[in-house]
Design a protein around this ligand. Structure first.
Ligand code: TMP
Length: 236
């Protein structure tokens, strides 16, 4: 079994550790929650365990659907062995329904179901506040090549198709979500980071009740219960 060695990085919700194999890292999920680029801080009890298990479950599912991911092995409640990647510094956001910054930017209500999903990119850069950019900007900034962006778009829409179908079976609408991708040493683009109620908007199909981090961002209460409810529906 992989051994956790020195800590390489601590992010807002996860830590990353080296292992005895230079091609493998261990990610460790925390209960810390932030919003609005770290301005709002809190704790969601048990979140790290839920996000670890849920993300691993979804990555395993996606692997069977032809989406390569960084996932290797779940080591414990909070720790997962992943392939070492160099993260493409883009946040890739897919939306099926208007919500959040989309509703705000374009002055529309939340809950409008789109005829087709949208995709957008932001530059993963906390100091700049993760500004939105398009593919041309990303190429100009040398964040990714045109070919990598095409591959990322293809994989992101595949993830959307598969996850929408999967969540629908559990009575959940996948409203929108954020993905991050990484490069393996040979240049292969793989899905990285996490897929969890921190990074997805998940609404009850019948009632539109929010079952995700918006409960924390918007002080709606019942945050822990919402995360647990998603796990229950996923049978995890
Ligand atoms: P937005 O509507 O605030 O742009 O968020 C779109 C989706 O991306 C939503 O599911 C939440 C997720 N997201 C993150 O995972 N990390 C972030 O830093 C932000 C701003 C959004």
């Amino acid at each position: 079994m992989a051994v956790k060695k020195e800590q390489l990085y601590e992010g807002k919700a996860k830590k990353v550790f080296a292992t005895d194999d230079p091609s493998l890292y261990i990610v460790s999920y925390k209960d810390d929650a932030t919003a609005f680029n770290g301005l709002k801080k809190g704790t969601i009890a048990g979140k790290g365990v839920i996000n670890n298990k849920m993300s691993n479950h979804l990555m395993k599912l996606l692997e069977t659907k032809g989406v390569p991911t960084h996932f290797v092995e779940e080591l414990s409640d909070r720790d997962t062995l992943v392939k070492r990647v160099s993260i493409v510094p883009l946040e890739v956001i897919i939306r099926n329904v208007s919500a959040g910054s989309f509703a705000k930017h374009y002055g529309v209500e939340e809950g409008i179901i789109f005829d087709e999903p949208t995709i957008e990119f932001s530059y993963k850069n906390d100091a700049l506040g993760d500004p939105l950019l398009n593919a041309y900007h990303a190429i100009a900034l040398k964040l990714a090549t045109r070919e990598e962006i095409e591959e990322i778009k293809r994989l992101a829409f595949t993830v959307n198709r598969e996850l929408c179908a999967f969540f629908r079976e559990t009575g959940i609408r996948l409203v929108d979500f954020k993905l991050e991708f990484g490069r393996l040493d040979d240049g292969t683009i793989v899905l990285a980071d996490e897929i969890s109620p921190d990074t997805c908007r998940l609404w009850d199909l019948q009632t539109n009740e929010k079952l995700d981090k918006d409960r924390f961002r918007r002080d709606l209460g019942g945050v822990e219960d919402a995360y647990r409810e998603v796990m229950r529906r996923l049978g995890l």
